[in-house]
Design a protein around this ligand. Structure first.
Ligand code: 0O2
Length: 202
């Protein structure tokens, strides 16, 4: 596999999407006092992770681009759960890419306790000779969901996917605690926003 030319349009897609979504964040800040976007990150999946995913899912190398959706990955992190759905609605209205799948792991969390909203999109990248459509995954989640997922991801790496039962259970409880935190914060959202507005005026 000649990885560099194969990954080039994915790198391009990640860079373009980061610029676009960071621009959206700035626009929200100008238009209203609260931006539903806290921060945006992106990455191209490292080659060893692509190979690992292909191996565990029995994906032949030739099918990698069709069957691995998150070679290009974008993450949008929000303050409140409501903000996630504001972003989803905004993304549905865009015409610079097509949404091919939506996965709501917030109303239907994963068994691990994972919560996040995923959009799989088909994004056109202008190459010199052609327009290449690449698949990309946009993960939208709150700060609390991100905190949990980052820690769980590290433990998964540490235990090579075989997290001991007691740690798994603790993680499931931590996921519920994180969600409870999101719910509690949502209830005082207006007060928090008022305070943040006042703080910004200073
Ligand atoms: P990495 O290292 O983050 O790139 P599916 O066939 O739809 O069930 P698929 O295609 O893997 O499975 O999609 P899914 O489940 O939507 O997950 C894609 C990505 O979401 C993962 O990529 C993770 O980034 C994140 N994710 C999903 N489940 C979990 C979870 O239980 N814990 C954490 N921390 N993240 C999760 P990768 O390639 O697995 O990992």
């Amino acid at each position: 596999m000649n990885w560099e030319p194969m990954l080039a349009p994915y790198k391009q897609a990640v860079e373009e999407l980061k610029v676009k979504l960071k621009g959206t964040r700035t626009q929200f800040e100008h238009q209203s006092s609260h931006s539903p976007i806290e921060f945006v990150t992106g990455r191209v999946k490292p080659i060893p992770s692509i190979l690992e995913k292909a191996k565990t899912r029995n994906i032949p190398l030739d099918n990698i681009e069709k069957e691995i959706y998150d070679i290009a990955g974008i993450r949008v992190v929000c303050q409140f759960v409501d903000d996630i759905y504001t972003i989803v609605k905004m993304l549905r209205g865009r015409n610079d890419f097509t949404i091919v799948e939506e996965k709501d792991y917030i109303t239907r969390k994963k068994e691990s306790g994972y919560r996040s909203y995923h959009l799989i999109i088909e994004y056109p990248v202008e190459m010199i000779q052609e327009k290449k459509l690449v698949l990309a995954e946009i993960q939208i989640r709150t700060l609390a969901m991100n905190f949990w997922a980052t820690n769980e991801h590290s433990l998964n790496y540490k235990y090579a996917g075989e997290i001991p039962v007691e740690v798994k259970e603790r993680l499931q409880r931590a996921a519920e605690a994180a969600f409870k935190l999101d719910e509690e914060m949502s209830k005082i959202k207006h007060e928090i926003q008022e305070a943040q507005r006042a703080f910004r005026r200073k």
